[in-house]
Every structure is written in structure tokens, then in C-alpha cells.
Design a protein. Structure first.
Length: 300
């Protein structure tokens, strides 16, 4: 597949190889290795951690609608047991997943797909000074009641300062949803930093078995976003922000101009986080969209 750059947009030419665009061929040297799990090859999924010990790839499927029991991927993540926090959470918006058929369910629950010793109870952050901050937001997944319920699993939570969670971070999430209604498809990977030198602290809590575990509090949060336009072009950008209270934005969303101050390239975000984003995209396209950002191509 050939990637052609025109006015900051990258077009992909059709290929006879169905894996050429999504990885698994000679056109993609850094894609996730094929293990029989097709979800690991999705465009929104970053490269798996090189150290798989104590790390697990999770997928959560939901009914497409409450009436139609067709299962669709709600979101996926790579969960790190050493910090009791995800490395990233990834999902996509398309014609099906961006629909709104459900409201907020507040269905807080333990993620029983994790090993017992990794699970957090719903009150894990009580008394810590931090709130349960969604990574895949509740409003990101309202195409069915079950889809929204799954966003309230504790594995999808990150300990966030209240004002950051409900105002500043939420403003960026709202902007991403606006973009989802603009583009043919939007691929998103989000998270908080859990590396030793990029977290505020670790606090103790109790898991469902009464064993003390440590939870990381990220010092920074990020979003990596890949858009597929209706004309078939691709563009990408990343957000990087410190986890703190932003004066003047404790009860309102940041403006577009403020959001632009947090924009960096995907390549820059990879340097900061050590995570290889959009690794399953054909290398020619990946290299083109990740090296720089055309702010004018995005509507703020």
C-alpha cells in the first residue's frame, strides 16, 4: 500500500491484501504479532508491552443495541498488575458505536475478567482524595445500555483530581466526540502515565480478597487520535497534559485555543510514554501521520 501526502492529508491506495492496511504483512514491520487474537490487530490498539509478565490484554464486548444481540467491541486495554492501572485503553467510533441509545448507567463494578489478585473494588479510591476517572468515558459508549455499563468497570478507572476529571479532561473528551461525528471513523487510545518517573504517587487500597495492593496516580494524561475522513484520508494528533487543577477551568471546559496548547505529534507522545501507537497501521501511512500535526486539519 502506498501512502501519499497531499496538503497535510494522507491517502491510502487500495490493496488486494486484506492485512496490508491493518498489519500482518511485509508492509507493516512493527505491527502486533499475530497470536490468533484479531482484536490485537485493530487500528486503535497500540503495540503490546514487550514485557508480558504481569500485563494482560483485555477486551470488553457489548450488545450493539438492547434489542439486537450482535456483540461489538466496546473497548480494550492493556492492564498492568504492578500498578493496578492500565497502560492504555483503546476504542473506536464508527456509524454504530457513536450512536446514543443509552444514558449514563452508573453501573460501578469489579472487573471479573482480571485475575482475582488484580481486581479493585468499587470503593478503591475512597479516602484517597482522588475520584474514579473514566478512561473510556461513559459518554463515549452509549450505543447500548450494556456498552455504557462496561465503562464503569474499575479496570477502566484512573485516580483523578476531581476538578481535572470533571472539567479539564472532560472537555477534551467532549471534543473527541465532536470529531467522531465529523469523520468516517475515529481511533482513540487514552491513558495516564504509570512509569516510575511519570506518576505522582502510589497509594494503598484493598482488593476484593482483602490483600493490600498499590494503585498508581498518573502525573500526566494523554490521548492519541487517528481520524479517517469521508474521502479516505488519514490524519492524527495527540494530547498531553499534566494531571493538576487548571485555574479558571474547575467548572467549565477548556476552549479550543487552550486545547491547542496541549497538541503534540504522535511521534512526540511515543517518546514521552514509551508506547507505540497505531502500530497496526500500514507503515507508510503510520510514518506520515505520526511525524507532525496539521492543526488546521482539525476543527477546534
Amino acid at each position: 500500500m502506498l501512502g501519499i501526502i497531499v496538503s497535510g492529508m494522507i491517502w491510502s491506495c487500495d490493496s488486494d491484501d486484506p492485512y496490508d492496511k491493518y498489519g500482518g504483512s511485509s508492509a507493516n514491520a512493527n505491527s502486533n504479532a499475530w497470536t490468533g487474537n484479531a482484536d490485537a490487530m485493530r487500528l486503535e490498539v497500540p503495540a503490546w508491552s514487550k514485557n508480558r509478565k504481569g500485563v494482560r490484554f483485555l477486551t470488553h464486548y457489548a450488545n450493539l443495541t438492547d434489542e439486537n444481540h450482535t456483540k461489538i467491541l466496546d473497548y480494550c486495554m492493556e492492564f498492568d498488575s504492578a500498578t493496578t492501572h492500565s497502560r492504555w485503553v483503546a476504542f473506536h467510533f464508527n456509524d454504530s458505536t457513536k450512536k446514543t441509545r443509552s444514558g449514563r448507567t452508573d453501573a460501578w463494578d469489579v472487573d471479573y475478567t482480571l485475575p482475582a489478585s488484580w481486581r479493585l473494588p468499587t470503593n478503591a479510591y475512597s479516602g484517597t482524595g482522588y475520584t474514579r476517572g473514566h478512561l473510556c468515558a461513559s459518554e463515549d459508549r452509549q450505543f447500548s445500555t450494556e456498552a455504557n455499563q462496561l465503562t464503569f468497570l474499575m479496570s477502566n478507572m484512573s485516580p483523578q483530581i476531581y476538578e481535572f476529571n470533571g472539567s479539564y479532561w472532560a472537555g477534551f473528551e467532549s471534543k473527541v466526540r465532536d470529531w467522531a461525528n465529523t469523520y468516517k471513523a475515529l481511533y482513540v487510545a487514552k491513558g495516564g502515565t504509570i512509569l516510575t518517573n511519570q506518576r505522582i504517587r502510589m497509594f494503598p487500597t484493598k482488593n476484593v480478597n482483602g490483600k493490600d495492593v498499590q494503585v498508581a496516580v498518573p502525573k500526566y494524561y494523554f490521548m492519541a487520535i487517528l481520524a479517517e475522513t469521508k474521502s479516505g484520508s488519514y490524519q492524527a494528533l495527540a494530547f498531553w497534559m499534566e494531571h493538576k487543577v487548571y485555574p479558571g477551568y474547575t467548572n467549565k471546559y477548556p476552549t479550543g485555543d487552550v486545547m491547542k496548547q496541549h497538541v503534540i505529534s504522535i511521534d512526540a507522545l511515543e517518546e514521552l510514554t514509551g508506547i507505540d501507537f497505531f502500530c497496526n497501521l500500514n507503515d507508510a501511512l503510520e510514518n506520515a501521520v505520526e511525524k507532525s500535526v496539521n492543526i488546521n486539519a482539525w476543527k477546534f
